[in-house]
Design a binder for this molecule. Sequence first.
Ligand SMILES: NC(=O)c1ccc[n+]([C@@H]2O[C@H](COP(=O)([O-])OP(=O)(O)OC[C@H]3O[C@@H](n4cnc5c(N)ncnc54)[C@H](OP(=O)(O)O)[C@@H]3O)[C@@H](O)[C@H]2O)c1
Length: 271
Amino acid sequence: MKTALIGLGRTGKNVAEYLIKQDTLAMVLCRQSSPNANKDIGEILGSNLTGITVETIDHLERKLFHKQPDVLIDFSGHTFLKENIHTLAKCGVNVVTAVTDYEPAEIERLRIFAEKGNIGIVMAPNITYGVNVMMLMAEIAAELMGDYDFEVFEEHHKHKKDRPSGTAKKIVNKIRTGLLEEKEIPEHVVRAGGIVGKHKVLICGEFDKIEISHESFSRVAFAEGAYKAAKFINGKTGFYEMSDIFEYERQQRRQIVIQHQPTEFEKEDPA
Ligand SMILES: NC(=O)c1ccc[n+]([C@@H]2O[C@H](COP(=O)([O-])OP(=O)(O)OC[C@H]3O[C@@H](n4cnc5c(N)ncnc54)[C@H](OP(=O)(O)O)[C@@H]3O)[C@@H](O)[C@H]2O)c1
């Protein structure tokens, strides 16, 4: 699989490093005004030269046809995919977008386009494995503890524009899915310093409480999730979220467990 990357900001640089280590990065894109344009990605990362020059997004179609990446990983801003989705589809490039500031109408447009079979998209405002497991736990807690109060807390660095985070909104949706009746779920937001990302669900009753929390120590966690999503969407069409990928992996693991169940014959004759 050949990957392309757009968005060399705080997170994108870590993702670039990770993709180089996986030997999958074939192309890096940036805005026309970016100071990174026409530099070797190794130079930007302060490492060895790689031979991969950061290219601007003008004449995108020609550049994609030339490099032929299978999947583009997007850590830029919401306008990139909106403006270039048709070009990516035309060039047969699927997309993992980790961008979090899409308007609901934009997401709907992307969903309809992908569901028509034009392209494969993973929409991943919550890209780490851990945070997805945490959401599952919150949903289960909501199913079992509907009479408790649920509150969601999130903390991120002071440059993060959206508040609450896409992940916090998703956690609230998961809790609502688990609850039988409508109830208020307060959300608390901190934007300070260099916090990479922290989410917590407080489940509080009259006599006890549960706290489920997830914290990313390093942006490499985002890179790992993006790579996992890229491997999943490679060669597929349709619109997916990270939860679809984790559900798919869960099913695969269950299949393996079933296949490894000992037969009656094996049970009788352990040798
Ligand atoms: N899903 C997750 O779990 C997760 C995790 C981390 C981050 N994110 C999201 O990923 C995005 C980037 O985060 P960040 O913290 O790395 O932000 P950042 O430091 O501001 O970096 C954004 C980068 O994207 C480039 N960019 C912005 N708009 C663009 C466009 N329209 N076309 C091409 N390039 C564009 C910028 O280019 P210039 O250098 O030219 O300014 C910049 O290098 C945000 O939406 C953030 O919320 C998601």
